[in-house]
Design a protein around this ligand. Sequence first.
Ligand SMILES: [Zn+2]
Length: 458
Amino acid sequence: DEALVGPALSHAENRALRRRLHRAWAARASRGRFDTTPLILQILALREEAARLLGFPHYAEMALGLRMCSSAARLEAFLEELTRAVRPHAEEEYARLQAFAAKELGLRRLAPHDLAFAMERMRRARFVDEEALRPWFPADQVVAGALAIAERMFGLRFVEEPEAPRWHPEVRCLRVEERGRTRGWLYLDLFMRTGKRGGAWMDEGAIGWRHPQRTTLPVAYIVASFARAEGQEPLWTPSDAETLLHELGHALHLVLCERTRVRSLSGLGGVPWDAVELPSQWLEQAASTPWGLRLLSRHWRTGEPLSRAQIARLIASRRFLGALRLARQLEYAWMDFALHTQPAPADAVELRRRVRQARDRAAVVPRAGYDRTENSFTHIFAGGYAAGYYSYLWAETMAADAWHATAPDARPRIRRARAFRREILAIGGTRPMDEAIRRFLGRPPEMQALLRRWGIEA
Ligand SMILES: [Zn+2]
């Protein structure tokens, strides 16, 4: 799976091995009895039929009806604007990558199976190896730092509840307190163990709302599979710290929602699906500021935080080849958009043609002839992201803009953080998100902050 193939393609020095791996990976689910093409054709035809039966011109228009990005026209305009801004920079970055690969790696022609490898080598040559920073990110410090960031921004206190019931001895239960009053609870279950799923997520144990007779308080839990170490402090990475802040953003959204009398509008239930990542992507950006990194890091032996120079390099490496990576996201978003706005393709040939044309709207890097990414595009065919892949970029655009408004330089302004809480977190699903973000920013969201976050200076 991705967790195995990704690192191998980034690190394997054996070019023939990379080629074999990439061939198998990029063409998976496209041959023999595992070929998903017939299923894809059927799914697209059925989605189109369902939309037509309900009076929509195509599936995308139906799916977007309840979202913040409310129509296919609005979505297309968003993707077009972003593509126009990203593409020239992605082309420049690709040229630089090719030059680096030719000079430093002896790869005169950069093949699709060299791409991840060359990017990783260039990143390490120019910036930092995240793995080498583990000693500065012991688990206890990362957790304490993330909680401290939230405490300072929102005037909260996380109080350990050692007596609270829990499902595993390693789980921590924290009471979220504000001016002496309990706002809700937060469970943390962060370490890898056998039988536990990978990745990280936040989920609702209970949502806060006002019953006719009494009020329930929200309970959020964050589950992750971060590294553990027997007999010594587990050492995490800067990306783990960012992930934890991301999930904490979701948890705070749940815990800080104002409690309403309507259960379906309380908690995150009423938040438009494509705006759910706004609070999480907003808070995770604290891990890309010197202020946040100083709270999140401490050398496990010497107790020193990261140095100024290390912090600067780490932040720069986050932006490295950002336009190229954004262009890749846009390729997927265009593919999803095309497949759910055009009439369902009649056969495999038609499907390939549509996919090719859609990806070419943003593609900068040449694709391998055997590339059949669509055959394993589970996000849109099996994962609930049909006509929804754009939502990552959509929410991130708002999140970057809102973060910039919160922390225009290195350090967040407490007053702005409180305004974000009031206008965005507190409202849950009770007010349209378009209106909420406009009230917070004082204008509609713009793209500049997102582009800067990915290292693109206009
Ligand atoms: Zn998330």
